[in-house]
Design a protein around this ligand. Structure first.
Ligand code: F6P
Length: 370
């Protein structure tokens, strides 16, 4: 598709947590742009690069040989919402925020960037959506290992993270069965259980605990004990960092005050481990997979998805369809307004077919019998 003459320079930024496939998107956007006679400019460290005027030209060389590389060659930041940017700390220890939008607009004008491709999750899209009101032309690309962006069936990075978490759960199996233990593995995902559900299913985990289904500790303990009675003297529990007991709260590991989404979840595996050991007398251990899930080379499916997303972003730009997020719906690439995804999270619906499948093969979700 021919790009309108008004579009010459494409700015590319990666925002939020890093994720396998970011470089594959950067490469797809930049190569498609260069092949269409346009310029691609890399913005360093997400919106921070626009606030601090840190951008550079992306040559063919710069985006060559990065398809398989994890992380992002541009750097990223999950603390830089231009409309609410932390500039220091007040006497009370709390961050002082200012609206850095004018700085962003100045960089865009000075550098002559005609359109931005923002690759990120809901935090990045929320920041991007606020810039639209100032006339900035933006196309979004959905990234996150959590798979929790609204209106897209899948985000790139998710499938690699499922792979990583599944491999870890498979390896945990060895110790679980050799030592007859309860092994609890904590998996990322914030408030969404997609990563735990898929890796739990793929590894045949005996118990899967996700934020969308609050659990009953007694039911989880009974499941561990029952398995022993049926000759299975070990249990593998895949637990989301955001899981919580019925009537209880999520476990928070830290608060990052200058981040647009300050709460960091984590620690539930240790809590469960102590509780299960105390209640059942079974030897239990907790493993937190942590940022291992965000690292490494993207699996082929993510490389293809990321490349398709990047190319589609350029197609939207060529069609003059700005202020949209590229999405995958029922295996079809399409787009939705950035406003529709900003500030929202896509959780596992309670009628999702995978839940029925898991229950069908005997997986325990810690639900009390109805
Ligand atoms: O959104 C991706 C993610 O890895 C979540 O799964 C996790 O809760 C969070 O980021 C961790 O953030 P940080 O890298 O700031 O600790």
């Amino acid at each position: 598709m021919e790009t309108p003459r008004t579009i010459r320079r494409i700015g590319i930024l990666t925002g939020g947590g890093d994720c396998p496939g970011l470089n594959a998107v950067i490469r797809a956007v930049a190569k498609t742009a260069l092949n269409r006679g346009l310029e691609a400019w890399g913005i360093e460290d997400g919106f921070l690069g626009l606030i601090e005027d840190r951008v550079h030209l992306l040559t063919r060389d710069a985006v060559s040989n990065i398809l398989t590389r994890g992380g992002t060659i541009l750097g990223t930041s999950n603390k830089a919402d231009p409309a609410r940017f932390a500039v220091g700390t007040g006497p009370d220890g709390k961050p002082i925020f200012e609206d850095a939008t004018p700085k962003v607009l100045r960089t865009l004008a000075d550098r002559g960037l005609d359109v931005l491709v923002c690759i990120g999750g809901d935090g990045t899209m929320t920041g991007a959506a606020k810039l639209l009101a100032h006339g900035v032309r933006i196309v979004g690309v959905p990234k996150t290992i959590d798979n929790d962006l609204m209106h897209t069936d899948i985000t790139f990075g998710f499938q690699t993270a499922v792979n990583t978490a599944t491999e870890a759960l498979d390896k945990i199996h060895t110790t679980a069965s050799s030592h007859h233990r309860v092994m609890i593995v904590e998996i990322m995902g914030r408030n969404a259980g997609w990563l735990t559900l898929e890796s739990g299913l793929a590894s045949g985990s005996d118990v899967i605990l996700i934020p969308e289904i609050p659990y009953d500790l007694g039911v989880v303990c009974d499941c561990c004990v029952e398995r022993g009675r049926h000759g299975k003297a070990f249990t593998i529990i895949a637990v989301s960092e955001g899981a919580k007991p019925i009537g209880g709260k999520q476990v928070v590991t830290r608060v990052v005050p200058d981040s647009p989404d300050p709460i960091r979840l984590g620690g539930i595996a240790e809590v469960l481990c102590d509780q299960i050991a105390e209640r059942t007398g079974l030897e239990s251990r907790a493993t937190v997979l942590g940022h291992v899930q965000r690292g490494g080379t993207p699996v082929p499916a993510d490389r293809v998805l990321a490349t398709r997303f990047g190319y589609q972003a350029m197609e939207l730009i060529a069609a003059g369809e700005f202020n949209e997020l590229v999405v995958m719906q029922q295996s079809r690439l399409t787009s939705v307004s950035l406003h529709e995804v900003a500030g929202r999270q896509r959780l596992v619906p309670l009628d999702h077919p995978l839940l029925a499948v898991a229950r069908g093969v005997g997986t325990c979700f810690g639900e009390p019998a109805s």
